[in-house]
Design a protein. Structure first.
Length: 325
């Protein structure tokens, strides 16, 4: 079986093609870039998606060396995400499904990050730290659902980094530039460290970092301190979950997983607990491959969606999905 996936939750239009054995046949992506100092403007992101979806589809089909006659399933990101972007991807998926008479499945974007991580890293039952723009969660599969052990009480860590980046004039997404500047930081500047049991809060560290920038603190030192503080918080809660749940695998998933410093801290922590660590390096950022793979898993396990089941869900939580595969 060959699954065709469409990702469109925020700034990236991604098309992925996989088979049901987990072989990746195509990975095509186009990403909308706001002006420096600005974040995602949904209207502009949707326009970008509309302008680029056809060329991205064609690119993926060319990579795979197939056409729609070879495709058995179309999957798309049903949520969570920005409403206008979700609706654009969903509309494209429905049109392709109806025109080519191919079954259609809507998938949870967060769960797809986890499942592509399990596939690429060869993990079976990991404790998951899922970190992206809109989400920060520590999860573990139990009784057919990814149960949330801890999560952010306000903004996701990626959103926090992007907001700091906008405040200091960095381009979006700010994470890679913050990581680069942090390597030049030499002095740790104390910022709020907010862990509440198994949950975290990033609004205070953001406010404090922006205030210190406005008081002329070194940007490099602030980027270094922001990373060390936020990532230490994430590592602490993940370590607490690892010890409590007695896991022997740790998976870092989501866009912030691209950060090498965060991966280093988690890998060190996991090794201290004799746990295997994995991060899907090429597939942390939003992509269509993860959507196609989760669709294939769902379809093989017996999940079927009618057209009326494919409405988008901006607040589609990770722990709402029944894991039947």
């Amino acid at each position: 079986m060959i699954s065709f996936g469409i990702e469109g939750t925020a700034h990236t239009i991604g098309i992925g093609i996989v088979d049901d054995c987990g072989n990746i046949l195509a990975d095509a992506r186009r990403t909308y870039k706001p002006d420096p100092g600005k974040g995602i403007i949904p209207r502009d992101a949707v326009q970008f998606m509309g302008d680029n979806i056809r060329s991205t589809v064609d690119c993926a089909l060319e990579q795979a060396g197939i056409n729609f006659n070879n495709i058995d399933l179309i999957s798309f990101s049903q949520g969570p995400g920005l409403g206008p972007c979700l609706r654009t991807a969903a509309t494209a998926a429905r049109v392709l499904s109806l025109h080519h008479k191919i079954p259609l499945i809507g998938v949870n974007h967060c769960v797809s990050h986890i499942e592509i991580g399990r596939l690429v890293c060869g993990l079976t039952d990991p404790l998951v730290l899922y970190v992206s723009g809109g989400n920060t969660q520590i999860l573990k599969l139990k009784d057919k659902r990814y149960r949330i052990f801890g999560e952010t009480l306000d903004v996701g860590v990626g959103n926090m980094l992007d907001k700091f980046g906008r405040a200091v004039g960095l381009e979006h997404p700010a994470g890679p530039k913050i990581e680069e500047l942090a390597k030049e930081g030499k002095n740790y500047i104390e910022l709020p460290y907010v862990v509440k049991g198994t949950d975290l809060s990033f609004s205070g560290v953001l406010t404090s970092a922006v205030e210190k920038f406005n008081k002329k603190c070194s940007l490099e030192d602030l980027c270094f301190s922001l990373q060390e503080t936020a990532f230490s918080m994430l590592s602490e809660v993940t370590e607490r979950a690892l010890a409590h749940l007695k896991s022997n695998e740790v998976l870092l998933a989501g866009g912030v997983g691209n950060n090498l410093r965060l991966a280093e801290m988690l890998k060190t922590m996991a090794a201290e607990h004799n746990a295997t660590f994995g991060v899907p390096k090429k597939y942390c950022s939003d992509n269509g491959v993860m959507i196609a793979w989760l669709g294939a898993l769902m379809y093989k396990s017996g999940v079927r969606h009618n057209l009326e089941d494919t409405g988008v869900r901006q607040d589609f939580r990770t722990d709402e999905v029944e894991i039947s595969w």
